[in-house]
Write a protein of this length. Sequence first.
Length: 235
Amino acid sequence: MFSSRSEEPQKAISAGNEGQLLQLRERMVHEQLENRDVKDPRVLAAMRKVPRHEFVPSDLVNAAYEDNPLPLILGQTISQPYIVGYMTQALTLRGDERVLEIGTGSGYQAAVLAELVSEVYTIEILPELASHAKATLDALGYKNIHVRCGDGYIGWPDAAPFDRIIVTAAPTHIPQPLVDQLKPGGKMIIPVGQLEQELVLVEKTDKGISRRSTIPVRFVPMTGRAAERKVTSGK
């Protein structure tokens, strides 16, 4: 699932070298997204704009725009840029949506979404990650992102319903609370599975719920209530 890196070696960079970082971000979008199947111009523009290097550990700034996921604290990861672009594009965002994200992580996916929609609600189960992501997003000036520390399996019922939901940790089944919090006509993109995972696009229609498997992926498992459930839900 995770594609190989560009063979061209990257020179050492620092967070203060904005010109070089911008060039690396442009190359990331061109090689990792445009040259594959991420074509939505709004998604490409958002990923050109958001400084991914601000969301990775300081010792990994040099790798921020490589074609790989990167480790965060507490065993978590920031997703491969292609996967961020692919999942964002799958939501077919127009600009006026309210989006729920499950699994804030570094805050990078939330920042990309915030460039594209009116409001982002993002939930992180690990307090240290939630706090760090909020500090990063605040420092970058994002005003339309709401961060909550909690169990993403149950969603954000007091802010529901949502036009779109994106999940960045893998449960073994589709959580029914998230389906319930999706507006009619809404979409959810979610990785599902254990050792073998796939991205599933869920759509809520007048006729019920439709699900379509898209591509194989590998995400960290969803914890909290999701880890306690053994039955398949939302089917």
